[in-house]
Write a protein that binds this ligand. Structure first.
Ligand code: ATP
Ligand code: MG
Length: 728
């Protein structure tokens, strides 16, 4: 029990509504509040409160976060407050479900060595099944098939539950889903969506196991509830009983995963399913300046379907948002670099800064500019550590040690490092495997005696010897030693070292880092899976699954560098200085969403998430021309910019440093009679004010003019959008 003094200081950092939420005795508590109002803080403090004031033991708490990074941060904060975060279950739905599956593999009808495959491997497997089934992959497109399968699982449906459809696509995908299920079960493979579905079924089919967790978790707490999908909701609902408590926090305005099956309606469902819900609203924002907040509030007010809430702040007014219309994406990156420099000259540091964008591919040009300017940066959600080729190679060997029938792993390492076993041999092995309905490894073993002595048979023998030796070591060595052994024995370390190229040192470092990761995992294993183990035979399956589940967001965040990430991955985070790059119609909102009201509203929520990440200063940038995804056109600034009151935005002058694309400079034409304006004509623009037309090009829809504005300098504007009015 805390003394009154400690309790006061503990609660002092909270406002009235927050304090009420932290200390509430409600059995079903919903904290519904806007961005930056302290929802996550409330969740953390509530856990600490329960542990210290109500003597809830760490293992009786279950907290669900949206990312691994958020889970790590939450654990750190609880440890700081209570001094004890061990045996606390904090993680993502996937991470927590994985733990449960490991603990009850048998009851979940999985062998203990089941393996989790990531999206890449899932797609590869689906492609193979389509091929084996003899379907045309243009008709049965692997990516769509994968989307279909995952969607069914997210809805809790097995192939047999999908209703019979006369639509040929659905019938085909359902059939594929059935084949896929059989394959995964046979080879003990579990994909991401399956992890949740399996646990759900495990609980449904084993009431005693469900009862154990229902009794164990006295308090369940869920952050970012607005982005839960059907199966996640069902998962939570199963856990709730008359005895235990649940706290959910969320913001309907920040629901941004509808495209992945998330359902804002789950907030309403929660009310329906639990009539005794106590709702607490938090309305004070502590994160942003009042200007940034006003911009965000104005933007989100354009959405019709909202639960409705207005945030306020006591914070400073701060600077206006700055809008920069770049000539092209290179100019946009140049501008951002320049502003970063200015921020740092003014005493700020790289850690303060994030550049957010709609689409991953936008990072390339930004990265290039940052590298040239010698600015340290890190891209989140880019290539994960565990996805780097050399790391995946080693992991493929290790996957074979867990499951010799893992065909994807087999194909990857059979001839790596090169040992003379080429595509033709592999094709023969594949053929045999399909004929005999056995795995590639087993087929290779069968095939081996028929190969005439020589390079190929030597290579294969070497491969078998290498794997057999490793299979012995798995039973003897701890995880980090085993990793080291695999590196040496396979010859991969030697191979990487002797490969020419600039990345050699980095690749060798990555291999060492993998040994390090294995060692760290070993140390945390006992606690995570509530069992003790020393040999890799026990720890390796969990290690490989954790690796597959790692979204790459756990890597060091302390370094002094700026952060680049998509708007989706910025959820829950905050930065003093934020750039929203690529604010163009078609890019953001994404062109796929322009015609659909619901999709457009989700894009607007995404923009709201972006704006509300900023604490002190926010830049919005767009490029009039952007070579992107093979397209190149003239862009109109994002409609979201128009939805922010213009008095909150200051447009930045293009200060004449326009960099024209060298190769594809547009052909200039003199303004002709078809255009409604003439050179030298004075015009008025809603936002930029008055200016004079100084040149123009293009025709029809792409006709544009360059205007020299009195206050804003020169700008290119597309006539179809700019709504210029002549000034007499
Ligand atoms: P999001 O919707 O973006 O997830 P959130 O509602 O979870 O935001 P938090 O991240 O918990 O908000 O809090 C936002 C910021 O405000 C954090 O820096 C937090 O420390 C600070 N904060 C929250 N409550 C208070 C308070 N009562 N006093 C001072 N600072 C606070
Ligand atoms: Mg939060």
């Amino acid at each position: 029990m805390l003394t009154d003094e400690v309790k006061d200081s503990f609660l002092e950092e909270l406002n009235g509504a927050q304090r009420q939420a932290v200390t509430s005795n409600a059995q079903r508590l919903l904290v519904l509040a806007g961005a930056g109002s302290g929802k996550t803080r409330v969740l953390v403090q509530r856990m600490a409160w329960l542990m210290t004031e109500h003597r809830v033991l760490p293992h009786q708490l279950l907290a669900v976060t949206f990312t691994n990074k958020a889970a790590a941060e939450m654990l750190r904060r609880i440890e700081k407050i209570t001094g004890n975060a061990s045996r606390l279950w904090v993680g993502t739905f996937h991470g927590l479900s994985h733990r449960i599956l490991r603990l009850h593999a048998k009851e979940a009808h999985l062998p203990e060595n089941f393996q989790i495959i990531d999206a890449d491997d899932q797609l590869r497997l689906i492609k193979r099944l389509i091929q084996e089934r003899g379907w045309d992959d243009e008709l049965c497109e692997p990516k769509r098939a994968m989307g279909f399968i995952n969607r069914q699982k997210d809805e809790g449906k097995r192939a047999q539950d999908v209703s019979i459809s006369t639509l040929p696509d659905v019938a085909m995908f359902t059939e594929l889903y059935r084949l896929y299920e059989q394959h995964c079960q046979r080879f003990a493979i579990v994909d991401f969506a399956e992890i949740l579905l399996r646990v759900y079924e495990l609980w449904r089919q084993n009431p005693d196991i469900l009862a154990y967790y229902q009794q164990r978790f006295k308090h369940i707490l869920v952050d970012e509830f607005q982005d839960t999908n059907t199966i996640q909701y069902a998962w939570l609902k199963l856990l709730c009983t008359q005895q235990n408590h649940i706290t959910i926090v969320g913001d309907d305005d920040q629901s941004i995963y509808g495209w992945r099956g998330a359902k804002i309606e789950n907030i309403h469902r929660f009310h329906k399913d639990f009539p005794d819900v106590v709702t607490i609203r938090l309305e004070q924002n502590y994160r942003s300046t009042s200007t940034i907040l006003a911009a965000a509030n104005a933007l989100i007010a354009h959405n019709a379907s909202r639960l409705g809430k207005e945030l306020w702040t006591q914070g400073v007014v701060g600077e206006p948002l700055t809008l920069y219309g770049a000539f092209n994406e290179i100019d946009e990156a140049r501008f951002i670099v320049e502003r970063i420099r200015a921020w740092c000259h003014g005493g700020g540091s790289f850690e303060d800064i994030a550049i957010l964008y709609r689409s991953n591919a936008q990072s390339r040009v930004l990265e290039q500019a940052l590298r040239q300017a010698n600015i340290a940066y890190r891209v989140y959600g880019g290539l994960r550590f565990f996805d780097r080729a050399e790391v995946k190679d080693v992991l493929a060997y290790m996957r074979l040690l867990v499951n010799i029938d893992d065909d994807t792993a087999f194909e990857r390492v059979l001839n790596l490092p090169p040992r003379g076993v080429g595509e033709r041999t592999l094709a023969s092995i594949r053929e045999l495997a399909q004929k005999e309905q056995i795995s590639l490894y087993k087929a290779a073993k069968q095939y081996f005696p028929s190969i005439p002595l020589g390079r190929i048979s030597n290579g294969l023998r070497q491969f078998f010897e290498c794997i057999e030796d490793m299979l012995v070591q798995v039973k003897m060595l701890p995880l980090s030693k085993l990793t080291q052994h695999v590196l040496e024995k396979s010859g991969l370390m030697q191979y990487v070292k002797t490969q020419p190229g600039e990345r050699t040192t980095a690749r060798v470092e990555n291999l060492h880092e993998l040994v390090q990761a294995a060692s760290q995992f070993h140390q945390s294993y006992d606690e995570m899976f509530e069992q003790t183990s020393y040999h890799s035979e026990d720890t390796l399956p969990s290690f490989l699954s954790e690796v597959a589940l790692d979204a790459g967001d756990r890597e060091a965040t302390q370094e002094s560098c700026i952060k680049l990430m998509t708007l989706h991955s910025a959820k829950g985070l905050e930065f003093p200085l934020v750039f929203l790059a690529g604010m163009e119609d078609g890019l953001f909102p994404h062109h796929r969403c322009l015609q659909d009201k619901a999709l457009l509203e989700e894009e607007r929520r995404l923009c709201y998430v972006g704006l509300t990440r900023a604490m002190r200063k926010l830049y919005l940038t767009y490029a009039e021309k952007r070579a992107f995804a093979g397209l190149s056109g003239v862009n109109r600034p994002s409609r979201f910019i128009d939805e922010i009151p213009s008095q909150l935005i200051e447009a930045m002058n293009m200060n004449a440093k326009i960099m024209m694309p060298q190769t594809s400079s547009p052909k200039r034409i003199a303004l002709n009679d078809d255009l409604p304006f003439r050179l030298g004509q004075r015009v008025l623009h809603q936002r930029f004010g008055e200016g004079v037309i100084i040149s123009g090009d293009g025709s029809g829809e792409t006709a544009r003019v360059q205007v020299n504005f009195a206050n804003e300098g020169r700008k290119w504007l597309v006539l179809a959008y700019a709504k210029l009015e002549p000034v007499e």
